[in-house]
Ligand binder design. Structure first.
Ligand SMILES: [Zn+2]
Length: 320
């Protein structure tokens, strides 16, 4: 697969993941036409699917698809069981997806079966199980009927056209369910269809919604956060306002962001500073670290100068 295309597909699957909740391993419902095409173009089922979907896959075959595949198989005369067709991979590669559409669990039409799995609810079309559909146009019966006479060939073409029409209708019905990635085999290439316009609308809606919701969430969070902060930590965080909060705040201010403000403040109001010092001197219960530093300085100075505040120096020593 060319790099450009794989990048495109990866992007597309990423959109399905974001907007519709797809997750690896992707569950891929493969139909009988898809298996036939994969077989006739000699593609390996899982590697091709994984390259197309750019991720791990879990292919599934419904019981009704299996019934369709086995319907025209000749019986093995010895076992009296239908011969396993070459295009049907073993169950280890392609497990059965059990589906029950009626009480006696008789298989129903493959297309109806798959559509009912893609959108279980008739009211709201929604791909709840995050299935990916893998399908293909039916093999043209022309080639098979080539050797037959003209009449038969004509009938074959008609049948082929009916099958083709049905296959096209199937795909457009699948497109009408939002969020159904469609893989199909087109002229020996496995492709991933672009998102249907319906899916795109939903995706865009989701993205806008997310954007809006994101904004709202942020706004709410901000408000909530601020509210909480102001309630709890008015003293803590709002500290920068120097005048009103000074004393109770000191501890916080020391580690906090309010330093520049304080400097400015100190320049602006010396008197205030003086007060602060006085206050420091007054209260024994005032926060210690800062005072300690000051005392320390004084003490250092006094160490050199003389004895006068030596008492202070002593207390500092004791405090430390
Ligand atoms: Zn079924």
């Amino acid at each position: 697969m060319r790099a450009k295309r794989s990048k495109k597909y990866r992007k597309l699957m990423h959109q399905y993941e974001l907007a519709f909740g797809f997750r690896e391993p992707y569950q891929v419902l493969v139909d009988s036409n898809f298996l036939q095409a994969v077989h006739s173009f000699k593609m390996e089922l899982i590697p091709y699917l994984e390259r197309t979907l750019q991720g791990k896959v879990k292919p599934l075959l419904t019981k009704c698809s299996l019934a369709k595949i086995m319907a025209n198989q000749p019986l093995n005369p010895r076992t009296n069981n239908p011969v396993r067709p070459a295009q049907l991979p073993p169950p280890t590669v392609l497990p059965l997806r059990h589906c029950t559409h009626n009480e006696d669990e008789t298989p129903i039409d493959e297309v109806e079966c798959l559509l009912s799995l893609l959108s279980p609810s008739a009211d709201v079309k929604r791909n709840k199980e995050h299935y990916i559909l893998a399908t293909a146009d039916p093999a043209t019966p022309k080639a098979a009927a080539q050797d037959a006479n003209a009449k038969k060939r004509k009938r074959g073409v008609d049948e082929g056209e009916v099958a083709l029409r049905k296959s096209r209708m199937f795909r457009s019905a699948a497109r009408a369910i939002p969020g159904v990635p469609i893989v199909y085999v087109k002229r020996s290439v496995m492709v991933l269809e672009p998102m249907s316009s319906l899916s795109e609308e939903l995706r865009d809606g989701y993205e806008n919604g997310k954007f809006r919701a994101g904004l709202n969430d942020e706004a709410v969070n901000k408000k909530g956060g601020e509210g909480a902060k102001t309630k709890k930590g008015m003293k803590k965080v709002k500290g920068p306002n120097p005048l009103s909060v000074k004393k109770p705040k000191k501890r916080v201010n020391e580690s906090g962001s309010s330093r520049p403000a304080k400097k400015r403040d100190a320049e602006g109001s010396r008197a205030e500073d003086g007060d602060e010092r006085a206050g420091d001197g007054d209260g024994d219960s005032a926060p210690k670290p800062k005072r300690r530093r000051r005392h320390h300085n004084r003490g250092a100075r006094t160490d050199g100068d003389g004895e006068e505040p030596s008492g202070g120096g002593d207390t500092v020593a004791m405090e430390e």
